[in-house]
Write a protein that binds this ligand. Structure first.
Ligand code: AMP
Length: 284
């Protein structure tokens, strides 16, 4: 694996790969790698001749400075995992490589309703930051294929929109969420949970699974409210539980049983904010 820290060196290196007809797969991450990240890298390795992984804790996407400060860093272990997996290139930039002109006056993107619902509502500015870093990374790497996790469902829709807005030719591949044995979605932030919180955390996936299994056409609000209440009773500070249109993330009053939906939740266990989601397919 080649470790590259400079954007210009990476551009130069990848230009040679593209010139020889190699396809480039890209997996952006913020490090503290787990099996979920590795599954994206495996998908990229299967579909491309050259796989690039980036590790960059992007300051512009953190609406909460404490979350940024406490974001886990395990870089030596990450490098070992990437080496063992046979990733071709690790891009490990400093902020000055990503934001050479600083972080003031960065581009703003018209993300429509995606910016004002769910994560957009509870994390103001978050998706602008995600688009700012992703647009820069995509401009540097120009991947044929981009691999992202369904775990961050709304982020996948936002990046789909960014690709359209900026006319990029990259194909987005959304990969399934990897879970711990008890069902908790793998996440770098799980490292911040103490043993008691770790046991409690599984409740989010249990509640989402219950919603998916019991979903029936009809009003949605009572179902999401009951789920919010159940999580609160189990010690979470709930931002939302919502059942939304899987394509737009709009939340209809009633489900017609035919539109694919997604159940999403975001909740804090003390300081740690966890998110998860599960798809509710149309009823046959
Ligand atoms: P992050 O390092 O949290 O920014 O995540 C980098 C990428 O890994 C994003 O596309 C995430 O959606 C994806 N990812 C995070 N957790 C999981 C998981 N449990 N399963 C699959 N992909 C994941």
């Amino acid at each position: 694996m080649i470790l590259i820290k400079s954007a210009s060196a990476l551009v130069q290196h990848l230009r040679q790969s593209s010139a020889t007809g190699k396809t480039i797969g890209f997996v952006p991450t913020m490090g503290a790698l787990h099996q979920g990240h590795l599954s994206l890298l495996e998908a990229s390795k299967k579909g491309n001749n050259c796989t690039v992984c980036s590790i960059f804790i992007n300051p512009t996407q953190f609406n909460d400075p404490k979350d940024f400060e406490k974001y886990p860093v395990t870089i030596d272990k990450d490098i070992e995992l990437l080496e063992n997996l046979g990733v071709d290139i690790l891009f490990l930039p400093l902020a000055t490589e990503i934001y050479p002109d600083g972080t003031n006056n960065l581009e703003q993107y018209d993300l429509g309703v995606l910016e004002s619902v769910l994560e957009g509502r509870y994390r103001p500015g978050h998706f602008q930051g995600v688009c700012q870093v992703m647009n820069r990374l995509l401009d540097i790497i120009k991947p044929d294929n981009l691999y992202m996790g369904q775990k961050d469902y709304q982020q996948c829709l936002v990046i789909g929109k960014l690709l359209k807005l900026t006319g990029k030719a990259t194909s987005l591949h959304i990969c399934e969420t990897l879970r711990e044995a008890d069902g908790l979605a793998m996440s770098s932030r799980n490292l911040r949970l103490n043993p008691t919180e770790r046991k409690q955390a599984v409740a989010i996936s249990i509640i989402l699974k219950r919603i998916c299994q019991s979903a029936q056409p009809g009003p949605l609000q009572p179902i999401s409210s009951a789920a919010e209440q159940a999580l609160s009773e189990q010690g979470f500070k709930v931002d939302y539980v919502a059942i939304a249109d899987a394509g737009t993330l709009e939340v209809p009053e009633e489900w017609d049983g035919q539109t694919p939906m997604v159940a999403l939740a975001a909740a804090y266990l003390n300081e740690v904010r966890l998110i998860d989601n599960m798809i509710i397919p149309a009823i046959k």
